[in-house]
Each structure stands twice: as structure tokens, then as C-alpha cells.
Design a protein around this ligand. Sequence first.
Ligand code: GTP
Length: 264
Amino acid sequence: LNIEEPSSEFKRKPVIIIVVGMAGSGKTTLMHRLVSHTQASNLRGYVMNLDPAVMTLPFGANIDIRDTVRYKEVMKQFNLGPNGGILTSLNLFATKFDEVISVIEKRADQLDYVLVDTPGQIEIFTWSASGAIITEAFASTFPTVIAYVVDTPRSESPNTFMSNMLYACSILYKTRLPLVVAFNKTDVAQHQFALEWMEDFEIFNAALDSDQSYPSTLTRSLSLALEEFYKNLRAVGVSAVSGAGMDAFFKAVEASAEEYMETY
Ligand code: GTP
């Protein structure tokens, strides 16, 4: 009897990529780009939509929360506003998430990546019990990476940059999963400044000195505290619109998946 051990390659697949980011950062457009990139590169991708309120998706989803939960019905039935409706829909979906995991497990040897789009309001996913349950269910079964999408042109002000990075930092420490920061919209603004600010506290401080729009004392002290955080993440520049940076993005995801395999 010849029983082959499953290869480590098999065990590490698929890698789950959970895409989060502030409203308007370009999550959905980036998801679309990632889906096309995987298809064009012969990578075997599976696509999941966790936004119950999205009207139309520019890409096809293999698993779609909207097939299970009717967001408008949930709002009516529980007498909720839009955000409460999204949150409750996600809660309802989370109770069935073991079934979703089984579906992916059955196809595990045929998949390289599972791309997961999350609701437009970031906190609905990152600060809810159901978001935590879903993330945990993924991470206990597959290598899981968080892709944090940043609107690069809107982060050119040092104070805005800092708020965005603090949010990313809170996600990193809450989930304890590898995090890739995707500086999006590099067709409009290059992300070089962000890399410099993360690498060198002095350069960030100089930028802060020249920004009079906001009192900067808090930002200055926070930036020192974030030095440790910056060391723990991978940052890449991408453009969901032009497709720039896709190879760098997937390289960072692969390195993060390796880190996951070593750590978890
Ligand atoms: P919500 O889920 O609705 O909160 O937004 P989102 O984060 O999914 O962002 P979405 O993909 O809807 O993009 C927001 C806006 O940014 C749209 O007008 C996009 O066309 C634009 N956008 C997204 N990615 C890029 C990019 O790489 N470059 C440029 N120039 N615009 C982009």
C-alpha cells in the first residue's frame, strides 16, 4: 500500500486574501483587478462577496452573501437602518460559515487563492463579532492574509496618513494575521512618499512640520509608536485602474502566507 503524504504545497493552498479598506479606497475596483489578474496568470482563484448591500459587482462571485441573505428584507424585518441591516445580514451569514469553509475545503487542491470582498464601511467587518468569527474561521483552516487598501492620493497629508495607518495597525493587532498594505491609485499619486515616511521617522516629522492644517503633537508621538508596526507589515503600490503593481502585490501575499505557515 502506497499512501502518499500530502505535499506541503497542498497543505498551504489556498491562500485567503481578505480585502478591507476605508470607504472609497477602491476595494471593489481592486478586487475586480485581482480577479482579472489571477485569471490572466492561470492562477486558480475563488471569489467571495461579503457585502450584502452591493447592488452590482463588476466581477463574478463564486460565493455571494446576497444569495443567502436578503439585506432589504433584513432591514424591514428587524426595523433597521442601512448599517444595522448590513451588520445583521453579516451576523446571519456568519452562523452558516462552517458550510462556506467546507465548500472551500472540498476544492482546496484546485485553488490558489480565495479573494474576499468585505462591506464598504470597514468597521462593519473589522469591529463586529461576525467579522471576527469569519476571519477566525478562515485563519484556523487556511493561510489567511489581510490586504488593507489605502487611497494613496488622499493620504498625502501626514495627519490623514497617520489615521489610516493607525487603523491598519489596530487590524493587525486584533487579527494577528499578516497584513499587506496596498497603496492604491498609484496612477494618480505614487506611493514612494509613504514608504519613506514608514522607513524614516525624521522624514515623516519634516512633512508634519510643513503641514499646518492640524495640530501635530499627537501625530508626532504616535508616529514613534508606529515604528514597530511598520516593521511587521508589507507595503506595495498598486493601481486598480491601470493594473500596475499586481506582481508585487501577489509576491507580498506569498511572503505573508509563508509567514503564516511559520507562525500559526
Ligand atoms: P465602497 O465599497 O463603495 O465604499 O468603495 P470601495 O472601497 O469599494 O471603492 P470603489 O472600488 O468603489 O472605488 C472608489 C472610487 O475610486 C471609484 O470612483 C473608483 O473608480 C476609484 N478608483 C478605484 N481604484 C482606483 C485606482 O487605482 N485609480 C484611480 N484613479 N481611481 C480608482
